[in-house]
Ligand binder design. Structure first.
Ligand SMILES: Cc1cc2nc3c(=O)[nH]c(=O)nc-3n(C[C@H](O)[C@H](O)[C@H](O)COP(=O)(O)O)c2cc1C
Length: 349
């Protein structure tokens, strides 16, 4: 029986807090609402020929979309990730598992992360907090997580603010880069580094890539806000006060994408954090991302029903397709060439 302070129990509480937070995640100033794609009244392509297809981690996808890392590891969260994984397979999207740390504490939790049979053809990403490398987690542990979930890559999440706000959080981030470097050297699958909602700058992305990280998911500010979730879960008034002060913290996703793309023109780059529809996805790709990730809204839809999830996913892809059509982009690489207009910036019409 898991006690109430365990990693698994905390994951169930965090998930519930996200489900209860319907619609109150922030759209930061300077985020996607401040961007426009140039409308093209004469696109010179047919909507039917617009292709959203792409390749990620060597696998063909129907759209440049990642169901971002959220949950797993308990019977309740397995129901949700099973729905997400099935949707990923049917629509050919990449799928990220939530933190698999619980598997290191309770090996029997492995079965609640095993979705390969449900999603045999799409990239599945394993997930672990990078800081765990400072708390006894070894390269062999990471290899085991990847093998048991039959993943194509390992996502290491960087979450200093979340750990700092969490009661008993793991806050020793010193010397982590060297451990990430050793892990990248020895792990048989690519490593992707991501934040969890506060963004990765170009400078940090370069340090990570120099250490051997294959790809970056900026997971910027403007979407699911962990400072607000952790402050709701805090048991003391002071804990709640400390968390609330960080409501507007972090690098907005759009800025983070531009910063990383400038620093690293070739790195596989995922934009996530606050993307809510296919127009946001199109903007993220036009800014320079290869893939767009969405977490909170997909988890909420999956928790509601399989039908609600498929409706959301299909709307996302259709919105992306229409946005591509109206900018004259027949495929994802053409969308990458479309120039984004920042609010207040003189347009080139
Ligand atoms: C319920 C939930 C659980 C999450 N758990 C993890 C996790 O275990 N590991 C991780 O890297 N990110 C986790 N995230 C963060 C997301 O992957 C994503 O970076 C963040 O929520 C921003 O995207 P969004 O605004 O689309 O939700 C979680 C997000 C949600 C909503």
């Amino acid at each position: 029986m898991l006690d109430d302070g365990s990693t698994a129990a905390r994951k169930d509480r965090q998930l519930q807090a996200v489900l209860d937070s319907a619609g109150d995640d922030g759209r930061l100033e300077g985020g996607f609402d401040a961007l426009r794609l140039p409308h093209r009244a004469l696109p010179e392509i047919s909507l039917s020929e617009v292709s959203t297809r792409t390749v990620f981690l060597g696998r063909e996808l129907g759209a440049p979309l990642l169901i971002s890392c959220t949950t797993g590891g308990t019977p309740r969260t397995y129901e949700i990730i099973a729905r997400l994984a099935r949707a990923a397979q049917v629509r050919r999207l990449a799928f990220g598992l939530g933190s698999q740390r619980v598997m290191l504490e309770f090996p029997e939790a492995a079965r609640f992360f095993q979705v390969r049979a449900l999603a045999p053809d799409v990239p599945i990403l394993s997930n672990l907090g990078a800081v765990q490398l400072n708390y006894g987690v070894t390269v062999d542990d990471c290899r085991r997580l990847v093998e048991l979930s039959e993943s194509d890559a390992l996502v290491l999440h960087l979450n200093p603010l979340q750990e700092a706000l969490q009661e008993g959080g793991n806050t020793n981030f010193s010397g982590l880069l060297g451990k990430i470097e050793a892990l990248c050297r020895q792990l048989p699958v690519p490593v992707i580094a991501k934040e969890i909602g506060y963004g990765i700058s170009g400078e940090v992305a370069r340090q990570l890539v120099d250490a051997g990280v294959w790809g970056i998911d900026v997971a910027g500010a403007g979407g699911t806000s962990w400072s607000q979730i952790e402050s709701k879960l805090a048991s003391s008034p002071r804990g709640r006060m400390v968390g609330r002060a960080f409501a507007a913290w972090g690098i907005p996703t759009s800025r983070a994408v531009v910063s990383v793309r400038r620093a690293l023109p070739q790195v596989p780059l995922i934009a996530s954090g606050g993307l809510r529809d296919g127009v946001d996805v199109a903007k993220a790709i036009a800014l320079g991302a290869d893939m767009a990730g969405i977490a909170g809204p997909l988890v909420k839809a999956a928790a509601a029903s399989e039908e609600a999830l498929m409706e959301y996913v299909d709307a996302l892809v259709q919105q992306l397709r229409v946005a591509m059509f109206c900018t004259g982009a027949a495929d994802v690489s053409s969308l990458r060439q479309v120039e984004v207009i920042w609010e207040g910036q003189a347009s080139t019409y």
